[in-house]
Each structure stands twice: as C-alpha cells, then as structure tokens.
Design a protein around this ligand. Structure first.
Ligand code: IDP
Ligand code: MG
Length: 137
C-alpha cells in the first residue's frame, strides 16, 4: 500500500461535488486515512504551492486556493499517487480523458476541482503539511 494526498478545491466544494468525489474515492479502492474541511490562508496556499512560485499563474493560484473552503484528505491504496492522477485526469479539463473527475466537473485549468500529489515523497510532505500523526488512521 502507498499514500497520496488529495484536495477538493474551492470550485469542487462550491459546485457541490464533495459527495460525488468522496464516493469515487471509495469506489476506486482508496482508504481514507485522514480528512478535513478547512479554508487555507493565503500564506498557507503560498507555502503549499511553493514549487510553482516562479510560474506565471502562481499568485492567481494562491488567491484562488484561499478563496473558499476545501476538503483535504490522505488516502491509502496500492499505487496511490498514479491511480489518483489517472482518476482526476489532465490539469486542463479540456485535455482530461472522459470520465475523469476534471473532465466531469472542472471549470478551468486553474479551477480544476481536485489536487493530487505527483510523487510518493511529495505525498508524504503534503500529508505532513495538513495532518498530525493522531489525525491519521
Ligand atoms: P496538477 O494539479 O495537474 O499536478 P500542476 O502543474 O502541479 O498541475 O499545477 C498546480 C495547479 O496550478 C493546477 O492544478 C492548476 O490549478 C494550476 N495551474 C497549472 N497550470 C496552470 C495554468 O497554466 N494556468 C492557470 N492555472 C494553472
Ligand atoms: Mg501538481
């Protein structure tokens, strides 16, 4: 088993897709190890997306990610990082394969409904950013 970190972004919450996405998580065989509903501060978002700080979309992305509540979750499954990336689809919903969460629900390349870690190391860092040990089961 391995872990990934996921978020339901502000558009996913605002457009009432939380239930659909949690159902998909369980249907895809993930175990929910930890979950919380919270709003990121602008500083939190800047820290979380630090790797993108040189990219032109960084400031807009951080403002967007702190604009409303999100769901953050740590998930466990065999091949968790890659499996979740397959379930969510390409960053730009116009390029996301049919049936993926971004193809189904995303508004735009920025407001693309869900986050997923891109490696096992980043998954561990992202989980530690959001959860204390006693919040993971
Ligand atoms: P990913 O979420 O598919 O891993 P990344 O390249 O890691 O995509 O980018 C992080 C987030 O930044 C994306 O999910 C999206 O919200 C936003 N983003 C990425 N590229 C663009 C862009 O070209 N314009 C606006 N927002 C972008
Ligand atoms: Mg990424």
């Amino acid at each position: 088993m391995s872990k990934t970190f996921i978020m339901i972004k502000p558009d996913g919450v605002k457009n009432k897709h939380v239930g659909d996405i949690l159902q998909r998580i369980e249907k895809e065989g993930f175990k929910i190890q930890g979950i919380k509903y919270l709003k990121l501060s602008l500083e939190d978002a800047k820290q979380f997306y630090k790797v993108h700080s040189a990219r032109p979309f960084y400031n807009d992305l951080c403002n967007y990610m702190s604009s409303g509540p999100i769901v953050a979750a740590a998930l466990d499954r065999e091949n968790a990082v890659q499996h979740w990336r397959d379930v969510i689809g390409a960053t730009d919903p116009k390029e996301a394969a049919a049936g993926t969460i971004r193809a189904l629900f995303a508004e735009s390349k920025e407001a693309n409904t869900v986050h997923g870690s891109d490696s096992d190391d980043n998954a561990a860092m992202e989980i530690a950013f959001f959860f204390k040990g006693n919040e993971l089961f």
